[in-house]
Design a protein around this ligand. Sequence first.
Ligand code: PLP
Length: 430
Amino acid sequence: MAVAHETFEELRTAGLADVDPEIAELLGRELERQRGQIELIASENFTWPSVLEAVGSVPTNKYAEGYPGKRYYGGCEVVDEIEELARGRAKELFGAEHANVQPHAGAQANMAVYFAVLNPGDRVLALSLNHGGHLTHGLKVNFSGKLYDFHHYGVSRETMQVDYDDVLATAKEVRPALIVCGGSAYPRTVEADKFREIADEVGALLMCDMAHFSGLVAAGLHPSPVPHCDFVTSTSHKTLAGPRAGFVLCREEHASKVDRANFPGMQGGPLMHAIAAKAACFRIAMTDAFRDYQVQVRANADVLAATLIAGGYDVLTGGTDTHLVQLDLRRTEWTGLAAQERLEECKLTANRNTVPFDERPPMVASGVRLGSPAATMRGFDEDDFREVASIIVDSLNESSGLEELRARALVLCEKRPLYPGFRGYTSYIS
Ligand SMILES: *Cc1c(COP(=O)(O)O)cnc(C)c1O
């Protein structure tokens, strides 16, 4: 494809659409894809326009290895202020003694904690991946599973919820240096206070990975793990609705170990534009408007679960305390994979997920994980989610044709436009 700007002088002022029409077109297509379907992937969200602005900002040019006031490069006076604001706001928002806002993503936040307090081979106890954990909680092919001796607790067969007596019994057997609570497909409250008692009883440190539900914690709609844990890690792009990134909160006594583990332990220069975006995201998360959004996320998740159940489908644990609903298809003819594909044909995006004690392999699975944060961000209310759940039920019952189901989904997309007024990527500097 011909490039419109070929001289150095032209490139210095040209926008993306002129320099790289192929990528500009793909960005535009991705925007239209996001606008034209109902996003139900529980880990995804649509971040604020203000955060998008910060992510595309000039601190991406700046090297700032080190921490505010202790950098290895000159010219850090402005990015120091950015990082101070981000750290201070994270501490204020979550009531934490210390914050490190440099991890590039959630996986790096977890790595920073492990590097800070574990030696290779140390024992760690975490929720099993098959029962809703995360790959950074000890999957064999992940760095966590390769470096450390992970053991896992699961959920109870009867309640499909964490059985704290069982966690205690396993902890007594394993004697872990660190216990990890939280996961990526667990629909119920993570009771960090109960994990604290267990950790104290076996002399372990405690980390909560609140990657999924940190937005609910910020809004006061999920009990905060911060007072009970030595470390709390999170992403900023899931319910928290900020940029794709991570951060660590910890007690003051662990602060310098966490900071050193992150840099120089595992990362080079921090992504200062992402840290600026995290600062903006934390500021937004302190507002009443953000709380209103999270209240709607919770209400919509409840309506989704209740409507699926009323439609004859099973939901793990019979409901949710969070933004996340696990559709359990074991009593039906559907596999998770087939259901995911069927929903996609109806313009609903979700991901298959194993349910605890699943007999199918993860690539097929017997569940579909659903979430309310992204659609709520475009303005979906309870009525809209009742309709979403009804589209899911009708599509799995095969009681309506695809055309009709797709049309119903598109009515919702038009009623609740995503990024209204945003022109897309056809021209950069006008
Ligand atoms: C999403 C998630 C992560 C990892 O986040 P990335 O930003 O994808 O690295 C870590 N832990 C849990 C529980 C998660 O859900």
